[in-house]
Design a protein around this ligand. Sequence first.
Ligand code: IVH
Length: 693
Amino acid sequence: MNNDLRKRPVEDLLDLEAATELDALAKELSEHDKAYYQNDEPNISDGEYDSLRNRNEQLEASFPHLIRSDSPTKKVGASPSSGFSKVTHARPMLSLGNAFNEEDVREFIAGIRRFLSLADDEPVEIMAEPKIDGLSASLRYENGQFTLGATRGDGAVGENITENLKTLQDVPNSIPESGTIEVRGEVYMAKDDFFALNKRQEEAGQKVFANPRNAAAGSLRQLDPTITASRPLKFFAYAWGEVADASFGTMDNFFQSLKNWGFQVNPYTKLCHTVEDILALYDEIGAARAELPYDIDGVVYKVNRIDWQERLGMVSRAPRWAIAHKFPAEKAQTVIKEIKIQVGRTGVLTPVAELEPITVGGVVVSRATLHNQDEIERKDIRENDTVIIQRAGDVIPQVVSVILDKRPTQSIPYKFEETCPICGSTAVREEGEAARRCTGGLICAAQAVERLKHFVSRNAFDLEGLGGKHVETFYNEGLIKTPGDIFRLADQEDMFTDREGWGQKSFTNLVTALEQKRIIPLDRLIFALGIRQIGQATAKLLAKQYGSLNNWRAKMERAQILGSEEYEELINIDGIGAAVAKDLLTFLAEPHNIKVLDDLGDILSVEDYEAPTLDNSPIAGKTVVFTGTLETVSRGEAKAKAESLGAKVAGSVSKKTDYVIAGSGAGSKAKKATDLGIVTLSEEEWFELLKQG
Ligand code: IVH
C-alpha cells in the first residue's frame, strides 16, 4: 500500500486517491479479520487495527459516493446471507423441569428418594446455582484445544457458532486436559452492557433489543464473527456433554475442574445438604437478584452425585436429577385497550388483551393472554380496565387481576364471540371443555395458516428460510393451501422473481432446504401434522410403536373401529389414553387429512423409527409390563431402565406382551399373563435377564 497516501489528511485527497485507498483498506481489513477471528493469530495490534478502521470510516464519511459494496463498515451491519452449519450434539442438550414453590422443591427431592429407593437417613446433596437468563452453548475441546462450539438448537442438533464463541473472553482457547471434553453453559449479556449496547444501537439508527437475553442471542447468532466480537458477551459454565473421562464423581468436583480449566463458574454456586439449605439459598439469591449484574430467572438444583444422576436419567427432554426453581413472576399495572380473539391451529378461540405498552422486568409488554371465556368471566375482565399483569420467563404475560376502583363508569361486561372472527363459522364449546372452537376446519383461513406455520416450525419440518410471515403471505396469495404445496414452491420460481425480500439467493436457499427436508423422521412428520394433543413426545411414542409410516397408517385405519385389536394396541401405549386416541383417530377420519397424508407420502421419504442401536440388549423391541411392588428399585427406575434398553413398557397385559415382571402383591395382570401363556418373571429373574446383554 502506498503509505504516503495514508499519511495525508483525508480532506486533501482526490477522488481517485480516496478510491485507491478504500480499495486497499477493504482488502487489508478483511485479511486482518480472518487472521484474528478464524486463525486466531492477529498480525497487528488492536490499536493498529482500530486506526485502519477509523481511516476507512473517515474516508467513507468524506467520499460517500465511493463507499464500496464490500466495505468493511458495511460488512459489520450486513444481514446473514447463508445459515450456520448444523452440529449434532454428541449428547443431547437437555432442558429443565420447573418448580414454582417450596412444595414442588420438596416433591423433587422426595421423587429422587423414591426413584433411588433411598433410606430415610441418606442425605441427598444438591448443588444449587442461579439460573442465568441467556442461551446455552456447548464447547468442545479436543486435545485441549477448543474445536467446536454450538448452540442448543432443538437439543439434538444445534448450529455451529465456533468462530463467534471464540470471540468471548470467558471461553478459553485451550484447556489443560487431553481427552475430548464438552463444556456447556450459558452465554449472557450483563445488564449494564445491554443498556450501553442499546444506546449505541439507537445512536447508530440500528435495532434495539428488548432485553439482555435477546441481545445476547442476536449477538451470538451473527454470521460475521466481528459483530459478535464487538458485543460484550460472557459465559458461565455449568454442565458437560461428551467427556472422555467422566470420573468427577460429584458436581462439586466438576465445578472445581471447570475453574481449573479457566472457566467462570457462578459465584453463588453452593453445595446444599438439606431442603432447608436449598430454600435458604433460594431466598438469599432472590434477595440479591435485583442487584446482580445479570438477569437470572430462578435457581437450578442438581443432584451432586454423578452416579445417582446416571441412574435417575431423564424424562422427555429434562433430567430427573435437576430442576429449575423459578422466581415469582414480575408484575406491573396497565390498561387493556381492546380484547381481540385469535384463532389457533386447532380452531381454539383465544382472547388476547391489547395493552397500553408497559415495561415489566426490563421487557416491553403490549399483549397478554386471557386464556378463555371462563377466565374472562371469573376475573370479570373488560375492555378499558386497568389491570395487573405479570410475566414469568418466556411465557406470554397474563392478566392477574382487575383494579375495580379504576374501572370507567360506562364499562360493560365483555361478551365472548360465538362465531369465528376469521371465517364467520359458528364457534362451539363442547361440554366439559374450556375452549370455544371454530367449526370451520380448513375453510377457516386462520386454522389453515396456523397449521401450515406449525408444519414448517422448528420442531416439525424446521424449514429455514420460510418463516411464519411468508407462510401467511403465500397462503393469502393462494400459493400454498396444503403442506404438500410448500414442497411445490420449488417449482414456482417465477412467483419469486421481483418479490420483495426474495433475492435469487434466498429462493435458492429455500429450494435447498425443501430438498433436504424431503427426508424426514416419522415422529417429526406425525408431530408436524398438528393433531390436537399430539405433541413431540406423543409423536415419538407413536413412531416408536408403529415403526413406519405405512404401518402406522394401516393400523390407524383399523383402529377406527372401537374395541378392535388395533384400537387396544393404541390406547395401551403408555402415555396415550382414550382422549388422545380420540383426537388422533378423528383427525385421521377426515378425508382432507388423508389427502394431505397421501400427498406427503408421494413427496417425502419418511424414515422409519430407528430404535436406539442396542445390539446386545436382551430386551430390545420387547414389550414388557410391570406389576406389583418391586423391592430393589422403584417402578419408575425399572421402567426407565427397560426403555433405555429398547423395550416398550405397556400398562396392561395383552397377546403382544413379551414379559410380565411381577413384584410382590401382583394380582390380575400376573394372572392374565399366565392365562395367555406369557413369560412371567420375578424381580430377580428380570435383573438376571438384563445382565445377559
Ligand atoms: S443445567 C441438564 N444450569 O436453562 C442440565 N441450565 O431450562 C441442563 N440455564 O437450556 C441445564 N442457567 O440454557 C443449567 N445454571 C444453570 C442454568 C441453566 C441457565 C438454562 C439452560 C437450559 C435451560 C433449561
